[in-house]
Design a protein around this ligand. Sequence first.
Ligand code: CA2
Length: 148
Amino acid sequence: MPTIHVLNGPNLNLLGIREPAIYGSVTLAAIESALRAKAGTRGVDLTFRQSNHEGDLVQWIQDAGLAGEAVILNAGAYTHTSIAIHDAIKGSGARVVEVHLSNVHARESFRHHSHISAVAAGVIVGFGPLSYELALEALLSGAAQQKS
Ligand code: CA2
């Protein structure tokens, strides 16, 4: 059974608990459940993880890429700062779909640039929890083929 890794960056553990006006009231655990249900019907094994530490994300991306397994990545604020995550995607050849809950382009200018987009197969922003499901659909459909 193919494995897809869903990786979540800093502060996403607060989803549904704080700032509902921006990020909504759905928790990360609820996003995981919905995604697992969808993946289960499509014969895909999911890992779903969150970390507030950049190095964890770098390691998980490397592991997935070197194993030839795809990644759905919401790197949180590291999206806008992390050359290490960019390098991990590029260096391991990970096939990554970048996702964001909010429309980062309609927010502060420091959220407009992503270090991940240039090495991602595609980017889905602004659809709340549905962003993750659209990313899964893109990977399952074969649309997200491009590797970094
Ligand atoms: O929209 C997204 O998915 C983001 O990746 C979320 C990040 C933000 O830094 C990116 O620019 C866009 C922030 C995640 C923090 O999530 C929170 C949730 C509830 C309360 C506080 C933070």
